[in-house]
Design a binder for this molecule. Structure first.
Ligand code: SF4
Ligand code: SF4
Length: 480
């Protein structure tokens, strides 16, 4: 088969899976669908389950922006650690490049949330309105009582899934148990209600109504995938050398199929497992099942297309057809251009090794940075209300606010002092701290040695435990 060079992947050739502007996806089963369900099922379980797991009194994953704290599997991250999250996002992006280079858009087909939720919504549609053919028939019948009821049930179930998704998603930013309690006691704030409504509607529209249009028109990944592809990238590809010319089972030798034949006739003919007469026709029986199962409605027999999300549904259904016809499977398969040309193709190649090396290097650097981060973050700010003032003993004084964030010290007592002995500290000189605590303290620093002090003197606050001393710098202001 002449494969379309990777750099020239057409944005869209054809969208034959559409009927009246709508794609009616037929569900299928097989190796890739089982793999996809396993991956998406595990990801769903993680998404809906993780939010409910607590560790040391905190939700195991919580982006608590109100408290300026991120809880991540027992780690406490502060806004200063956001570079770690940025780093992990870069690692994720490079991993995506590596996956795309090795196996095209398998992320989109197997693990992208847009696809996972779309498949759930398609499954609900299939349960409530019936299989593809029934859905087409029902749409042609228009709205009768039965169809209306089915539609109401479908949209209600979609809304239930969308609302559960929205609550869980927000539960990673506000403790989910608090949201659940508010819902059960009907005490939800208008703000929280609005956020849940917005995210539920987004899920409902994305997975239920716009579905593949998000992948085709909104997702930038499809547009720049050709940059990552090369001649060794495994893509979903139809073997036209073997498949063409197309012919219906039992057709006279050399007879080409009409593309308008009904699928039900073909499907029926598979069940008879009729022996196919020796024919010059190709193996494709033009049953259109590969088009019917495609979530983006494309016909992969037209060649590689940017709209293909590499979900493997067409491979599974075509393998079923071939098996029923007692022909070899693999008429549609994951294959690279080089494999097709000479059967030799390296999956591991220099650019892929480069991506993997980049992932290892960035991860290693992040791990090292994380191990070096301070266990305690101290922030001192000078009170701006008064530059300076005198106390009842005539000492010159400045006021300060100290914020101590304990990121990694197990419960401990910290000693607070100032380095310069000309200054006296008023306020708690011993404070108790617990891991994950963020506390504010107020201090007054005074001196009896105001005469001769410059207008600005550097002031070092010392915060220490038995093992270590942390320093935080501020300034003492004196009259000019
Ligand atoms: S499923 Fe296979 S046999 Fe049927 S039309 Fe597609 S490629 Fe041809
Ligand atoms: S062409 Fe095949 S692999 Fe690509 S999106 Fe359609 S069904 Fe999935």
């Amino acid at each position: 088969m002449q494969q379309i060079p990777a750099k020239q992947i057409p944005v869209q050739i054809h969208n034959p899976g559409q009927k009246n502007g709508k794609i009616y996806v037929r569900l299928t089963s097989g190796l890739f669908q089982n793999l996809r369900r396993l991956i998406s099922g595990s990801m769903m379980l993680m998404f809906f389950g993780t939010a409910w797991i607590n560790l040391d009194g905190h939700q195991i994953v919580l982006f608590d922006f109100f408290s300026r704290r991120i809880h991540l599997f027992g780690l406490q991250l502060s806004p200063q650690d956001l570079f770690l999250l940025a780093g992990f996002m870069i690692v994720g992006a490079v991993l995506l490049f590596a996956m795309a280079m090795a196996y095209s858009r398998i992320w989109c087909g197997f693990a992208c949330p847009q696809s996972i939720w779309s498949w759930i919504f398609i499954r609900i549609e299939d349960m409530t309105e019936g299989s593809r053919n029934k859905r087409i028939k029902r749409d042609m019948q228009g709205l009768n009582i039965g169809n209306l009821l089915r539609r109401i049930i479908k949209h209600s179930l979609w809304l239930v899934v969308a609302t559960a998704t929205a609550i869980t998603f927000i539960g990673y930013f506000v403790p989910i148990r608090e949201i659940a309690t508010d819902i059960l006691n009907a005490e939800m704030s208008l703000e929280m209600f609005s956020w849940i409504l917005i995210f539920a509607l987004l899920t409902y529209v994305n997975a239920g109504l716009t579905r593949e249009k998000v992948c085709l028109h909104m997702c930038p990944y499809a547009r720049f995938q050709s940059v990552m592809f090369d001649e060794d990238t495994r893509v979903v590809s139809y073997n036209s050398d073997r498949g063409e010319p197309r012919a219906k089972p039992g057709a006279k030798p050399g007879t080409q199929s009409s593309t308008t034949a009904s699928t039900s006739t073909i499907t029926k003919s598979f069940t008879t497992t009729e022996t196919i007469a020796e024919t010059k026709s190709g193996d494709c029986v033009d049953c259109h099942l590969c088009v019917h199962v495609c979530p983006t409605g494309i016909d992969i027999r037209h060649g590689l297309q940017a709209d293909c999300i590499a979900c493997g549904a067409c491979i599974d259904v075509c393998d079923q057809v071939m098996t029923k016809l007692k022909r070899p499977t693999g008429l549609i398969r994951f294959i690279s251009a080089n494999q097709e040309a000479d059967n030799k193709s390296a999956l591991i190649r220099p650019r892929l090794i480069g991506y993997l090396a980049a992932i290892l290097l960035i991860s290693g650097y992040l791990g090292w940075e994380f191990s070096q981060r301070e266990a305690l973050i101290v922030d001192i700010s000078k009170d701006r209300q008064f530059l300076y003032q005198h106390n009842s003993q005539g000492q010159l004084c400045n006021d300060y606010q100290m914020i101590i964030e304990n990121l990694a010290i197990i419960s401990d007592t910290l000693n607070i002092s100032v380095e310069d002995k000309r200054f006296i500290l008023f306020g708690s000189d011993k404070i108790k701290t617990k891991q994950g605590q963020r506390e504010e303290y107020r201090y007054r620093i005074c001196t009896e040695h105001a005469t001769g002090l410059p207008p600005r003197t550097d002031l070092q606050f010392l915060i220490s435990n038995a093992e270590k001393t942390w320093r935080a710098q501020s300034t003492f202001i004196a009259p000019r």
